[in-house]
Design a protein around this ligand. Sequence first.
Ligand code: SAM
Length: 227
Amino acid sequence: MATLYIVATPIGNLDDFSPRAVEVLKSVSYIACEDTRSSGILLKEYGIDTPTFSFHQHNEHQKVDYLVQLLDANQPVALISDAGMPGISDPGFLAVREAYQYGHKVTVIPGPDAATTAVVASGLPCDRYVYEGFLPHKKGRQKRLKQLSAEERTIIFYESPYRVIKLLEELNEHFDPGQWAAVCRELTKKFEEVVRGSLSELLTEFESRDELKGEFVIVVAPKGYDE
Ligand code: SAM
C-alpha cells in the first residue's frame, strides 16, 4: 500500500504554498501535474526536483492506470493541478477514487481554493453554500440556472473572463435582479477585487468596463437575503 497525496497549490499568491505541501512534493517518487510546464515553474521556484508526468482532463482516464501502477509498486505519488485544490473543477476525483479502489491511502494536503476564498470574501452568508463551479456551456445550462433560481443556499460559480457578462445577464434573467451577489476577481493577487451589490448593479458595473481580465468567481446570496 502506498499513499496518493492530493496537494493544493496557490491560486495566485506564492506565499500561500504551505511548507507541508513543499515537503510532501519533495518526498514523493512522482508528481502528477495538470500541466507539467506551468507546474515546473512553481516546482523549480521551491527547489522541488521530483519527476513529473502529465495528468489532465484529456488523459486522466488513461493515466490513472499508470498512477495506480506506481502506487502498487510502493511509490508514493502526489497530484497537483495548475492552481488551488485538485478535484475542485480540476482533475483529482478519478485518481482519488481509483487509489481507494486499489487499496491505497489518500492524504489531502489542504490549501487555497478559489471557491471558499470567494464565499468568505463576498461577505454573503457562508453558513450554507453550494458549489456549482462552471455551468455547462450549452446543453443543460438554462435548465440548471432555472433550478438554481430556487436555491436557498449561497451559490458559488466559476466563470472565465470571456463569459462573465453572459453569466451576469443570465442570472438577472433567471434570478431576482435585486438578489445580492458578489463578483470576486483575482483573489490573493495584486489586483484582487470584490464587488458587492444586486445582480442588476453588478451587471451594470461590469458591462461598463472596457475589458474584463483575470479570474472570476461569482457568489450569489440565497433568495430573499437582504442587508
Ligand atoms: N482547482 C481550482 C480551485 O481550487 O479553486 C479551480 C480551478 S478552475 C480550472 C479555474 C477557475 O477557478 C477560474 O476560471 C476561476 O473561476 C477560479 N479561480 C482560480 N483562481 C482564482 C483567483 N485567484 N481568483 C478568482 N477566481 C479564481
